[in-house]
Design a protein around this ligand. Structure first.
Ligand code: NAD
Length: 459
């Protein structure tokens, strides 16, 4: 491996070098990543590493391994997939007892290695739940503070260095245990993957319980190229769901997670489950203390999608994007105007658009669509988006134009006439009365009409 001559590198490259060295990556890896994003490379496009000069090959190979989680890259091995062992517990105190897994088994049970753990804990959890402070955990703990703003390669490199400083060659049973929201789980899982260690996820937000904890997508944001663009597929060995954590979660965060649950209910065509989630979202924290069961049901629903298509190659996992094209466009436009809207609120708006589109194409299900829209409004999951777009200084035409630009950048627009877009849609089966999700193309004009009509209906 060759390192660059330090006297020739700019200040930002000095920053790169520090990160690359902490991660143990070849010098120039971050440059290769930037080039790949700037060139608009896709995940399934092979990287012809053998054709670049020899001295660049280590950096290219490393970049390929983490570029959009490194799948579909010639010469780069995919991570192994195995379904997560999903366990649930009513009380937070019991959650820790479930961590050891096979390492807690006796020798005769085939699990002779005693457990050794490194904890990565969301700072909010250490404040709100004293049992998760380092003094109580009995093993070293890294406290992650700063949220989404610190979900980057710098944090990942510091965490990776910390993990390496605590692990030795004799640590065959060492596991990383991530406790927190999606940010903590994504960064900790990535660092564990880079160190070749197993990890256990203990999600503490609703979104993390039903989404981020499951599916093996780990990684960090890579500005200015977007969220979660550098990472690994690294599947958790076990996921411990404890809805008791939701007692301290702000209601807006409950609604953000509930939107993903409403999505799963629609994907399953289960309207009773949909209404159950509408009630849970509306009632907030207290509701989960009595009934955490629906959370575990959704966690398993997501795992079932992942199992069919772990590396997002066959298209089965694509259905999980129901409502997400509109959501990502909305989030980006809000962000470009200095406003952060929760992903869940944007997803709820995306779901509403799909219901409207379905009703426009199939007038037979107008009554059903109205019922779903009423329920969505009463869940309050979409409130944040409606409040933003109902503001006095909002010009809807400009917002929509910016959303279309964003969708164009996502390269999801149909080639040729560029008036259509690939989305996950809903259709109603008149024979069974059941909703079904499917990947399809819609005209942008139809999507615009659905969006505007949802805004009026959900106000
Ligand atoms: N890997 C995946 O498949 C996947 C899926 C969905 C989302 N994500 C990622 O997850 C992140 C969003 O996750 P999130 O919504 O959990 O955000 P988050 O991790 O930022 O947590 C939200 C807030 O809640 C606090 N918090 C956590 N648990 C709490 C509790 N029990 N009580 C009180 N406060 C608590 C956190 O400190 C934070 O301030 C994004 O970065 C997103 O990209 C990843």
């Amino acid at each position: 491996m060759k390192f660059m001559d330090k006297s020739n590198i700019s200040e930002s490259n000095q920053g790169d070098l520090a990160i690359e060295q902490a991660l143990g990556w070849a010098a120039g890896t971050l440059g290769c990543l930037r080039e790949a994003f700037a060139a608009g490379r896709r995940r399934d496009e092979p990287w012809e590493i053998a054709r670049v000069p020899e001295e660049r090959q280590p950096a290219m190979a490393q970049a390929a391994a983490v570029f959009r989680r490194g799948v579909g890259v010639a010469g780069v091995e995919s991570a192994a997939y195995r379904p997560a062992e999903i366990l649930s517990t009513r009380s937070v105190a019991e959650a820790l007892a479930l961590v050891p897994g096979s390492y807690g088994l006796s020798e005769s049970q085939g699990g002779a290695i005693p457990g050794r753990f490194l904890f990565v804990v969301d700072e909010a959890i250490t404040r709100l739940w004293p049992e998760f402070r380092e003094s109580h955990l009995g093993f070293p703990a890294w406290i992650l503070r700063g949220g989404e703003a610190v979900k980057n390669l710098e944090t990942a490199s510091r965490l990776t260095a910390w993990i390496r400083s605590h692990s030795g060659s004799a640590d065959r049973g060492l596991q990383v245990v991530a406790i927190g929201g999606g940010v903590t789980l994504d960064v900790a899982g990535f660092a564990a993957g880079l160190c070749g260690l197993e990890h256990v996820n203990i999600p503490t937000t609703l979104l993390a319980m039903v989404d981020a904890a499951i599916g093996g997508k780990t990684g960090v944001n890579f500005p200015p190229f977007g969220k979660n663009q550098v990472g690994l597929f690294h599947f958790p060995a076990r996921v411990i769901i404890c809805p008791d954590f939701l007692r301290t979660l702000p209601v807006e965060e409950i609604r953000a997670g509930a939107a993903e649950c409403l999505k799963h209910a629609l994907l399953a065509g289960d309207l009773d489950f949909f209404e159950k989630w509408v009630r849970l979202a509306r009632d907030g924290n207290a509701a989960f203390a009595e009934d955490g069961g629906p959370v575990v049901v959704v966690t398993r629903m997501k795992e079932a999608f992942v199992e069919r298509d772990p590396f997002e190659l066959s298209g089965a996992r694509e259905l999980l994007n129901l409502g997400h094209t509109t959501a990502h466009a909305l989030e980006s436009v809000a962000q470009s105007r200095g406003l952060v809207i929760r992903h869940g609120a944007a997803v709820a708006m995306g779901l509403a658009c799909k219901v409207r589109l379905m009703a426009a194409a199939q007038p037979g299900c107008l009554g059903l669509a109205r019922k779903i829209m009423d329920a969505l409004r009463s869940s309050r999951c979409v409130d944040e988006v409606i409040a933003w777009l109902s503001g006095p200084d909002i010009a809807m035409d400009a917002v929509w134009a910016a959303m279309v630009d964003q969708m164009r950048q996502d390269k999801k627009l149909r080639s040729g006439d560029r008036t259509g877009i690939r989305v996950v849609g809903l259709r109603w089966n008149p024979a069974t009365g059941i909703l079904e999700a499917h990947a399809t193309e819609v005209e942008l004009e139809a999507l615009r009409r659905a969006f505007v009509s949802c805004l009026q209906e959900l106000r």
